[in-house]
Design a protein around this ligand. Structure first.
Ligand code: IPM
Ligand code: MG
Length: 366
């Protein structure tokens, strides 16, 4: 198979971790008779500096002509005060909207071998295996008006949180379909704030309607504040969580701590678009950010980015065997005691970013 990718490493540690994911993809492609072709382009702060926009039209075109996007991270502290349209994050929003990537899958699994790395007790973490399905192209991230202004009352700002039934229906359906195929608890937890928000009351109504098509899947509704609590109280009770854009953003950072480190979590952003080969177009992105504090030191954890490579092979190309091989290799290096500093404990073997990539490749080559 031809694997034709757009690679957008972005800012901070994005470049370092994406390099490792590409190394692993190259090896797995070679082993299985696939050809890996990819083109890199700038995005985020790097693109703002060199090209005057956080993502150029040429880069969007490159993505459009590729099977999928392998993404690193965007955002740098120097842009903290910049206006909305001059921020690196804008590239993410442009990509999500342009390619209708409305469904963001963020799987969270607790590996017993990493339980010491978590701040939570092992008995809380046992059996955690959930996926958050975050709505990614609607809600308060995109609602208009969104602006600052000044009137006689002083400085003011407004953001708007809209949802249509179509937007809700399609994301809730993704969650139910996922619950059907996972060997999980066959449960969908729909998270909202229906005691306060109109959008949430609509969300709940539509979720109930969609749920009727899935009689074998349990549907529970949970208020977002309660979900935040239950994620650390009894996380193993969750299977598939579906929620709107901002709640999903917040809950997935929290949920990442169930795995042990943000440096472990991969995500896939999918939508309605087929790629030039007729497969699922997607953007694969580690959920950690640019980590400016450790950029350039060669110590970032590349396992989330490598996990993205596995998700890409599975979801865009249907290459389940290759995806499983990568995920098994990741588990094996952890079992061997290899750790980047984010997960290091005494008695383990400390590795840098590229050494960790090499360790995963060594497992694949066994
Ligand atoms: C994420 C990130 C982004 C988001 C930021 C970088 C804009 O936090 O993908 O979770 O809020 O969507
Ligand atoms: Mg986030």
């Amino acid at each position: 198979m031809q694997l034709n990718l757009a690679v957008l490493p972005g800012d901070g540690i994005g470049k370092e971790v994406t390099t490792e994911a590409l190394k692993v993809l190259g090896v797995i492609a070679g082993q299985n008779g696939h050809t890996l072709n990819y083109e890199e382009a700038l995005v985020g702060g790097a693109a703002l500096e060199a090209e005057g926009a956080s993502i150029s039209q040429a880069t969007l075109d490159l993505c459009k002509n590729s099977d999928s996007i392998l993404f690193g991270a965007v955002g740098l502290p120097k842009y903290d005060q910049a206006p909305a349209d001059r921020r690196p994050e804008q590239a993410l929003f442009a990509l999500r909207k342009t390619f209708d990537l409305f469904s963001n899958l963020r799987p969270v699994k607790n590996l017993p071998v990493l339980q010491n790395a978590s701040t939570l007790k092992p008995e809380v973490l046992n059996g955690v295996d959930l996926v958050v399905v975050r709505e990614l192209t609607g809600g308060i991230y995109f609602g208009k008006p969104s602006q600052r202004f000044t009137d006689e009352g002083g400085r003011k700002a407004v953001d708007t949180l809209p949802y249509s039934e179509q937007e809700i229906e399609r994301i809730v359906r993704v969650a139910f379909e996922l619950a059907k195929t996972r060997n999980g608890k066959k449960k969908v937890t729909s998270v909202d704030k229906a005691n306060v928000l109109n959008t949430s009351r609509l969300w709940r109504e539509v979720a109930n309607e969609v749920g009727k098509d899935y009689p074998d899947i349990e549907l529970e509704h949970m208020l977002v504040d309660s979900a935040a609590m239950n994620l650390i109280r009894k996380p193993a009770a969750f299977d598939v969580i579906v929620t709107e854009n901002m709640f999903g953003d917040i809950l997935t950072d929290e949920a990442s701590m169930l795995a042990g480190s943000m440096g472990l979590l991969a995500s896939a952003s999918l939508g309605s678009i087929k790629n030039p080969q007729g497969g699922q177009f997607g953007m694969y992105e580690p959920i950690h950010g640019t980590a400016p504090d450790i950029t350039g030191q060669g110590i970032a954890n590349p396992l989330a980015a490598i996990g993205c490579a596995a998700m890409l092979l599975r979801l865009t190309y249907g290459l389940e065997t290759e995806a499983n091989a990568i995920e098994t290799a990741i588990e094996n290096v952890l079992h061997k005691g290899y750790r980047t500093p984010d997960l290091y404990e005494s008695g383990m073997t400390r590795l840098g970013t590229s050494q960790m990539g090499d360790a995963v490749i060594a497992e694949l080559q066994k």
